[in-house]
Design a protein around this ligand. Structure first.
Ligand code: ADP
Length: 263
């Protein structure tokens, strides 16, 4: 019930913010219409000298409007897509180049993807998006450089979590963990990090949608997401996704990775 209330409050916040975006969008449209009107008038008057200036103004407003709708679309695109058996480890290693380019030279990237495929039932594109978003957040939290580790493992990674959440049985999920050695989050920031449009980044740099989309992805996949963060030490985001019980090679179950984290 508390969760439902929180969701209801979030939806209310989204309503307010989309209202705000619609308002800004309308202002930009008004500017574009004004510029186009002026262009037509000048053309009718045979004064084409000022037309280029109005065209530039219209283009600039249109670009800003497009950026606004892009933000909304990115948020709306959290629609449930078809979950399918997805091998987490090959997906992660397939992203290595992209991740390295995203993180830049100052951040060391380590992928701990040994021990099998780690099959999960989820939308692979949303999983890629989630990992990319988490990598961007990690990079932003490590302006002086640092280390980003992505590892796949079992729910064993977090027994306390499994205990807290009745119904979370060990082995029911795979866990994809993304950890950084960055600034970490204060408890206040961590508490709000999943809220849509919550950002501590300067205007124009953060949308505050990354983690809320990841939250939506986890929920829609019937999984969970959890943040462990300590100011000054770093952040670990754990994505629990339903394990796919298809044709899983036995080696996958007896992975060294899992053993490593049992302590
Ligand atoms: P955005 O990145 O656009 O701000 P997010 O929803 O992805 O939106 O993140 C919300 C906020 O959570 C960030 O502004 C930042 O304050 C905090 N945050 C997210 N990831 C990290 C991280 N890895 N380290 C420290 N703070 C983080």
């Amino acid at each position: 019930a508390e969760e439902q209330l929180r969701q209801a409050q979030k939806m209310e916040a989204i309503g307010q913010l989309t209202g705000g975006i619609a308002h800004d969008f309308n202002n930009l449209l008004t500017g574009i219409i004004g510029s186009l009107d002026l262009m037509q008038t000048r053309i009718q008057q045979g004064r084409t000298d000022a037309v280029a200036r109005y065209a530039r103004a219209a283009t600039s407003s249109a670009n800003r409007a497009a950026a606004l709708t892009h933000r909304l679309l990115a948020f709306a695109r959290r629609q449930p897509l078809e979950p399918q058996p997805t091998a987490a480890n090959p997906l992660i290693t397939g992203m290595e180049d992209l991740l390295r380019r995203t993180l830049g030279e100052r951040v060391q990237l380590e992928l701990v993807t040994a021990g099998g495929l780690w099959l999960t039932l989820c939308d692979p594109h949303q999983l890629e998006n989630a990992l990319l978003n988490l990598a961007i957040n990690a990079r932003d939290a490590m302006p002086e450089g640092g280390r980003l580790v992505i590892e796949t493992g079992n729910t064993h990674l977090d027994r306390a979590y499994a205990r807290q959440h009745a119904g979370v049985n060990e082995g029911q999920y795979i866990c994809v963990s993304v950890s950084d050695t960055g600034t970490g989050m204060s408890p206040e920031v961590a508490a709000r990090a999943f809220d849509p449009f919550f950002t501590t980044k300067p205007l124009g740099q953060g949308t505050g949608l990354g983690l809320s989309m990841i939250y939506g992805f986890a929920k829609q996949s019937e999984g969970h997401v959890r943040i462990d963060s300590e100011p000054g030490r770093g952040t670990r985001v754990k994505l629990y996704l339903p394990r796919h019980h298809g044709a899983v090679p036995p080696e996958t179950m007896a992975s060294g990775l899992t053993e490593q984290h049992r302590a």
